[in-house]
Design a binder for this molecule. Sequence first.
Ligand SMILES: [Zn+2]
Ligand SMILES: [Zn+2]
Length: 268
Amino acid sequence: MAYFDLHTHTYYSFDGHIHPFDLCEAACKAGLFGIAMSEHYDFYADDSFLYYRLFEAGRNPMLERMRSLYGDCLRIWKGIELGQPHYNLRLYRELMRRADFDLIIGSIHDLPPKENIYNINYRSQQDCDRVFECYFDEMAKMIEACDFDILAHLDYPVRVMGGVFEDTPELERYESLIRPILRRCVEKEIALEVNTAGLHKWQKRPGPGLWVLRAYKAYGGEMLTLGSDAHRLQHVARGFDWGADMIRQAGFDRITYFEKRRPKFIDL
Ligand SMILES: [Zn+2]
Ligand SMILES: [Zn+2]
């Protein structure tokens, strides 16, 4: 089947290394059906880190140029990845007033007030427990406070916990925190993302685990998306056969994408 990658970062993201043209070229060559550029916009209470805003004005003209060059080959969607938007609701609302996105991804990258999950020194199970408990608590708050389409990388902190665990933790330990999140996603019609970035991290597999996808389905969830979270060209759509297989194993027979913030489906 022709996949679509709903989670990529070009140089419009502070940590993206991909030129938008290279992304479209690679996506066409790989036979993708569509690609979303879901650039980072992270929020902090102190109004800091406004990288996205600096380059925002250039995005629409760039998207139009790419659509005119690659539109015959590929659908190109304007996405955004909001990092902890509930930490600064004023800036979040300001962005949403001018939002013209095809899809909005919601993520937690930092614990309050500004503790980057990637920069924590994980030495013990207790360190991991502290981060996960706070992480899921913030995720639940983001879901209540903000309007977005896709909940990204639910197992995100695992990426940097390789020094503590020998095998990828399945996160059942935090089931009582995860289940209400999944239930609220279903109620608020938020899709859950299968993120394949773990393939090039220590855990060497997509996430979150199958039990999470099955629990989301058991609450009535129907929308799973696939995203590579690529920041470099070689990671675009990487591991999608594996991701699609997980989606199938969880009992879904289609994958979701978004256009102008409306969910659409492709059969697996
Ligand atoms: Zn992210
Ligand atoms: Zn991302």
